[in-house]
Each structure stands twice: as C-alpha cells, then as structure tokens.
Design a protein around this ligand. Structure first.
Ligand SMILES: C=CC1=C(C)c2cc3[nH]c(cc4nc(cc5[nH]c(cc1n2)c(C)c5CCC(=O)O)C(CCC(=O)O)=C4C)c(C)c3C=C
Ligand code: FE2
Length: 311
C-alpha cells in the first residue's frame, strides 16, 4: 500500500468578522507563552482587564474594512493557496491543508483529519520566511505536542535564502520604478527589545533577507529594513517604518517602493501597519508610495512552495 501524505501550510490565523471570534483569537494569541514572555500573574490582569475589553471593538472595524468577500485576507489567501497547490500536476498523491495557531482551522483539527485518513507522512510549512520563537517555534511545538507514533512529521523552516522565494518577491517589483532616487523599504514584524537575547537569529535573518533582495536587484536603489506592528508599551525593534519615512522626507525623497518580505500573506499587519500607515504619511507629506502586495496566492508563490515539496 502506498504511504498517504499531507502538506500543511500554517500561519497565525485571523478571526471571523465578529466580536466573539476576535476575542477568542486575541485570547489564544496573547496567552501563548511563545508570544508573551511576561509572567502570567502580571500579564493576565492586563489581558483580561484591558485588552480583551477594548481591542476587539477597534479590530472589528479594521477587519471589516479589509475583508475580501467577507473573509479576513490571511484566511482568504491561505484557502486560495491551498486550492492552487492541490491542483498542481503530479501532486495528486498529497493532501494539502492550511492550519492556524490561533484561529480555525486549528492545527489540532487538521491533525485529527490526517489521523482519520491514515495519513502517515506529514510535511509542515510555517509560512514565516525568517525563524522566530514567536512564530516558527510556536508552530513546531504545537505539532510536536500532538505527535503520535507511526507517523513521520517534518518541518520546512527559515526559507528566506531560497532563490525561488527571492525570485517570487522580485517579481512583484516593477523594474521601471527601481532607481537611485526611489528607495525600497522592506517591512518585517517587530519584536520587543526584551526578546532580543533569544531572537538574535530573527533580526539577522531579516537583515539578510534585505541584503539578498538588494543584491538580486543589482543594488540599483537604496534599500531599508523597517520593523512594524509594535504592540503595547515598551521598546520594540527599530527603525520603524515611520522613522525611515521621516528620514527620507527630510532628504527630499519623492517616491518610495514598499514591500513586506516578513509576511507571506497580506493580513491586518501589512494592510494597516504597512500599506495604510505609509499612504497616510506620504499623503500628508506629498510623497508617493508604491505598495507591493505579499506573495499571497501568486503563481510564483505556488511554484516556490511546489519546489519545497519536491526537495
Ligand atoms: C507581543 C505581541 C506580539 C508579538 C511579539 C508578535 C510577533 C509577530 N507576529 C507576527 C505575525 C502576525 N501577527 C499578527 C497579528 C497580531 N500580532 C499580535 C501581537 C504580537 N505579534 C497581535 C495582538 C495580533 C492581532 C492583531 C492585533 O491586535 O493587532 C498576524 C495576523 C494578522 C491578521 O490579519 O489577523 C500575523 C501574520 C510575526 C511574523 C511576529 C514576529 C516575528
Ligand atoms: Fe503579530
């Protein structure tokens, strides 16, 4: 009998556009020890007393604004990407799934399907190009917690050096707009500075991703690494997107290109904290911003993931 195989792409997830779903999503996200490293006795009063009361209302409006056909963009693209992978030639012996850390379908749900269907070889792709304890490790630990005898479990991580990933990102750039006067800003999710001792690898990998992109475009324009989506108080990784836009404004720069290689799929963070934040700044300052979407369900992204499966 041939071995049954599954390939699972995994992300943080996104809630449905209603308050209870957003509350559950935030509760799971912000109770995860990979994400919040403060002792629970100090953290829970803030989480339950303030965040879970106030933030869902603010987020509901944002998720409603960015929804695609009523669905959060991250969930929309995960579904599309999985469908396109399943339709690829030569992949009919593999079942493709998407799963999430903090929203439906949860990792546990997909693992249960694999068990029910006697799938014994499971390959997991956490959709984070740069390794972080917050994201990649959270995915690996969740799968390992449910590890069961008699099935093979493997992970594909830290794929930022993969030439097909870089090629897929480059494909988003319009080379007509790449010149010495038009800086390219590359956005990655920020982290609290207090995490840096353990997360040195993450920063190095973000910087190296930017270097690989700069080299691939022949250093034809200035390239800046920026960190976005600071959450709460305290010091986070810098420079922020706002810091660099202000610096470029002071240098009289008129146009910038902007993309988010730290995110495979467009989501609240890329649409609000990257795209909208830059548009708002540039509108006020009379600058132009070309926002380049994430890889999402593009053919180049499908081709890149297919190459990982064949490895
Ligand atoms: C301390 C809090 C957080 C850390 C650290 C953090 C790191 C981190 N996050 C991503 C990717 C995503 N984050 C997303 C949403 C999100 N992130 C946090 C908090 C931290 N993230 C919160 C509270 C939320 C929920 C939304 C909000 O309240 O602003 C998402 C999904 C967004 C969506 O569309 O639903 C992604 C993806 C990375 C890569 C990362 C560190 C490397
Ligand atoms: Fe986040």
């Amino acid at each position: 009998m041939t071995e049954k195989k599954a390939f699972i792409i995994v992300n943080t997830g996104s809630p449905e556009c209603n308050i209870p779903s957003i509350k559950t999503f935030l509760k799971l996200f912000l109770s995860d020890k990979h994400v919040i490293r403060m002792p629970k006795v100090f953290w829970y009063p803030i989480l339950y007393g303030i965040i879970l009361r106030k933030r869902p209302v603010i987020l509901l409006k944002k998720y409603q604004e960015i929804a695609i056909n009523g669905t959060a963009p991250l969930l929309f693209y995960e579904k599309q990407l999985t469908k396109k992978l399943q339709m690829l030639d030569g992949m009919h012996n593999i079942r493709f799934f998407y799963a999430n850390l903090y929203s439906r379908p949860y990792i546990e749900d997909i693992l249960q399907i694999c068990i029910n269907e006697n799938i014994s070889d499971i390959k997991v792709l956490p959709l984070f190009a740069q390794y972080s304890g917050v994201t990649t490790k959270a995915v690996i630990d969740k799968f390992r917690k449910h590890d069961i005898d008699n099935y093979k479990l493997s992970f594909i991580t830290e794929f930022y050096t993969n030439p097909l990933y870089i090629k897929a990102l480059l494909n988003k750039l319009d080379f007509k707009h790449i010149n010495a006067d038009t800086p390219l800003l590359l956005a990655y999710h920020s982290l609290p500075q207090s995490y840096l001792k353990k997360e040195n690898l993450y920063i190095k990998q973000c910087m190296n991703t930017s270097k690989l992109i700069a080299e691939a475009i022949g250093r034809r324009c200035p390239v800046y690494t920026v960190f976005v989506s600071k959450f709460g108080k305290g010091k986070w990784l810098k420079p922020s997107l706002a810091d660099i836009l202000q610096k470029l404004k002071n240098q009289n720069v008129k146009t910038v290109n902007l993309m988010s290689p730290g995110f495979m799929l467009d989501c609240l963070e890329t649409i609000y904290d990257v795209k909208r934040a830059a548009f708002t700044f540039c509108k006020n300052e009379d600058m132009k911003v070309n926002y380049l979407p994430c890889l999402n369900d593009s053919n180049e992204c499908v081709e890149f993931i297919a190459s990982l499966i064949k490895q």
